[in-house]
Design a protein around this ligand. Structure first.
Ligand SMILES: *[C@@H]1O[C@H](CO)[C@@H](O)[C@H](O)[C@H]1NC(C)=O
Ligand SMILES: *[C@@H]1O[C@H](CO)[C@@H](O)[C@H](O)[C@H]1NC(C)=O
Ligand SMILES: *[C@@H]1O[C@H](CO)[C@@H](O)[C@H](O)[C@H]1NC(C)=O
Ligand SMILES: *[C@@H]1O[C@H](CO)[C@@H](O)[C@H](O)[C@H]1NC(C)=O
Ligand SMILES: *[C@@H]1O[C@H](CO)[C@@H](O)[C@H](O)[C@H]1NC(C)=O
Length: 225
């Protein structure tokens, strides 16, 4: 890039691509292939190329976008297969290749891809998202119940923290009350309690006198044992 400032002509060819965190080129009329250089957008988190006229394959270099959280390639004319390398994008939480002309099979519904449903793939007449019959129905049911579980876990986690603190405080009070009433009711345990309490205090006192020079100057209450 050339630019003039204060009458001098400068050229700039710095690396700005790596600084891009989000790129929304949706609803343009872009044609041609998605350039493989898209894989150089190192820190990108959101990439939206939907509603264009891109053709050709989904470049497998997209699997280099290790930080990406949202990838929308829907409503184009992309063909070929969904690259299995996309399974390496562990941050991905939103994904769509719907309404293209993709073929082959959908990525396996494992890890983060277990959270994407049919709507991520619909509108691709040649794309086979049918899992082998054995696992189809259970895994579909499982997905929804997993989502429910996640939601419940989220809410439950929040409520759990409150009830955790509440029950924690109640437990402390209970322990104090029970200890106090045992000591009140049972004279023998009371004597034992105060005896060992006294021993502990005395030991701590002499420990401090011995190891911390300053405490020697102060007269500390000494329990008689
Ligand atoms: C991508 O852009 C389209 C059109 O602007 C929009 O409808 C869609 O929600 C965007 N995708 C995501 C994942 O935000
Ligand atoms: C895209 O192209 C179509 C016709 O090919 C045109 O009607 C539309 O306005 C164009 N959109 C943009 C954003 O240029
Ligand atoms: C993607 O990463 C691989 C290995 O890290 C590298 O060899 C390749 O050139 C990268 N591709 C792009 C388009 O950045
Ligand atoms: C979609 O892909 C199939 C081959 O998989 C091809 O025969 C067909 O012409 C493509 N359709 C469009 C609209 O590109
Ligand atoms: C789709 O793929 C599954 C397993 O990957 C296979 O069992 C099934 O026959 C395929 N369906 C079609 C229409 O190709």
């Amino acid at each position: 890039m050339e630019f003039v400032t204060k009458t001098h002509l400068y050229t700039y060819n710095g690396v700005i691509l790596s600084l891009i965190y989000g790129l929304d080129l949706s609803r343009n009329n872009f044609t041609g292939k998605i350039p493989t250089e898209v894989g150089q957008l190192d820190y990108i988190k959101v990439l939206n190329l939907s509603h264009n006229k891109f053709t050709g394959d989904i470049p497998s270099s997209i699997a280099n976008l290790s930080q990406i959280e949202s990838l929308d390639l829907s409503h184009n004319n992309l063909s070929g297969v969904v690259p299995h390398q996309l399974m390496d994008l562990y941050s991905l939480s939103s994904f769509s290749v719907a309404y293209n002309n993709l073929s082959g099979t959908c990525p396996q519904m494992i890890a983060q891809f277990n959270t994407f449903d049919q709507s991520s793939y619909e509108g691709n007449p040649f794309l086979n998202c049918t899992l082998p019959l054995m696992t189809t129905n259970p895994s579909v049911g499982h997905t929804t119940s997993d989502d429910d579980d996640d939601n419940n876990d989220g809410e439950g986690g929040f409520i759990d923290m409150e009830s955790f603190y509440a029950s924690e405080s109640i437990s402390y009070v209970m322990v104090l009350l029970i200890t106090a009433s045992i000591l009140y009711i049972n004279p023998y345990w009371r004597r034992v309690w105060f005896y060992y309490g006294g021993v502990t205090i005395t030991t701590s006192y002499y420990f401090m006198v011995h190891y911390l020079p300053l405490s020697a100057r102060y007269k500390v209450w000494e329990p008689r044992i």
